[in-house]
Design a binder for this molecule. Structure first.
Ligand SMILES: [Zn+2]
Length: 80
């Protein structure tokens, strides 16, 4: 018996996914624990597990991932 290949339909009307705004915490190492909110030119990161916070200035081009890398840099500076 020949298998009939099911035609995979192209996914119509893909919903625009919001940017991934949850990250792994640098301190408690929990995945998806750090939330990033950007509002009024200010970004705030907060880990919902260990409560670590970080905030920095943003501009219109700043994405949550940029804030996250800022946080990594800041953390490395503290540790070095
Ligand atoms: Zn944490």
């Amino acid at each position: 018996m020949g298998k009939r290949k099911k035609a995979t339909k192209p996914q119509a009307a893909k919903k625009v996914q919001p940017l991934d705004v949850v990250f792994k915490c640098l301190f408690c190492k929990h995945e998806k624990a750090v939330n990033c909110k950007i509002a009024d030119g200010q970004a705030n990161l907060e880990c919902k597990v260990c409560g670590q916070r970080f905030s920095c200035r943003t501009n219109s081009l700043t994405a949550p991932i940029d804030v996250y890398s800022e946080w990594i840099d800041a953390t490395e500076e503290v540790n070095s």
